[in-house]
Design a protein around this ligand. Sequence first.
Ligand SMILES: Cc1ncc(COP(=O)(O)O)c(C=O)c1O
Length: 459
Amino acid sequence: MSATLNAAVATAPAPAACAEPLAVLGRDVTVPLVTGGEVTYAALDYAASAPALQRVWDDVAAYAPYYGSVHRGAGYLSQLSTDLFEQSRATVAAFLDCRPTDQVVFTRSTTDSLNLLAAALPAGCQVFVFETEHHASLLPWTDAQVTYLDAPRTPDEAVALLERALSDRDPYGPALVCVTGASNVTGELWPVKELAAAAHAHGARIVLDAAQLAPHHPVSVRDLDVDWVAFSGHKLYAPFGSGVLAGRADWLQQADPYLAGGGASRKVSRREDGGVDVEWHTTAARHEAGSPNVIGVHSIASACRALTEAGFENLVAREQHLIAKVRAGLAEVPAVRVLSLFGDDAPRVGVISFVVDGWNSSHFATALSAEYGIGVRDGLFCAHPLVRTLLGSEPQAQGECGAPEAAPGERSLNAIRVSFGAGTPDEHVDRFVGAVRELVADGAKWQYRTEEGRCVPLR
Ligand SMILES: Cc1ncc(COP(=O)(O)O)c(C=O)c1O
């Protein structure tokens, strides 16, 4: 790696209150370079999965010896685990600033949460969703009448497009708007509060996909006035297999249980005709059948506490400092085009996608990994319509979330995404910007070939 690499980006120092990243697992992991030697791994793919906070890991480790069944054991550890599980619900409700009547349902992920809500829609529900959404928000509404809204080019246009679509709808039927808080492609913040106001003005409800927002910004259900919010533990520094759907209880209480089984049922009895009668819970347990993932849930609550105690004001300030560094660094490389829907001045989180003229994105991302020890993502990021709109490209034959086949050096049909957060040290983004500059100026130092649509180093 060149000696000038780390000094490549000159920016203002991070504000003193947030000069240090939060401690995360993996910060000392070293990875081999194809060119020889090892470097500490620069995890810059937080938007896919963020590393566990050390604090979360410590909390999980402290609890692990006391692990026991939840809601089904008389023993001390079962009681303790049940208490922990239910306390975690309260912690998440506080983290999201929920209304007292809201339910917090523990799921596996954002995808799971949105599929749960989709399964709980009242009959005849209309759904409104922007084409720019992640597939987790775009696709679960298979049983509803869905209106897909075009990609807006400003936040105001987003509100106007929604207003227009909602004013054409049947005003008496149920309706749901699904919108992301922060784009997993551009990192740009969406005007959630304004969209919620528009939805409610037209008698519709709104669910916020906070998968990319909650790890970076405080989310207040009350202030945003959203009806539900969904997020994933593994993007919130708690990668133990749990997610959250929080919000209004009524649709969830009226719906069939998401999964049928123990835990969701209060009373089950044989009928005289030989069948079975079931009384389902009306609490969150209705949609949490089976043995709950208490470790996953505990880890989410731990992350909520850790982020709250670190202070979002500090975390946001530090992240904005990193965003400014990366954007300034990329802006100095003319071959780089950063993808944006709402423009340079849009408020954003630490998620930045870009293409590099003359480079296949898979080739570029692979070289960042193989030659610099930097982990980013390339592809269409499970938001195919949005990335294609931003790239101005046509659909290609490709696997879900995969990269289209293209040889190294060909013009790319997909993009590269760098993403970071509370655990990212300055050195990682400095190394990234320096590596981009060096790759564009000097080319890759190694040879690569395409294997099943991906570039891999020649060995
Ligand atoms: C905006 C957004 N929504 C939903 C999801 C789906 O999250 P998960 O894969 O944890 O279900 C993602 C994942 O990348 C995302 O970025």
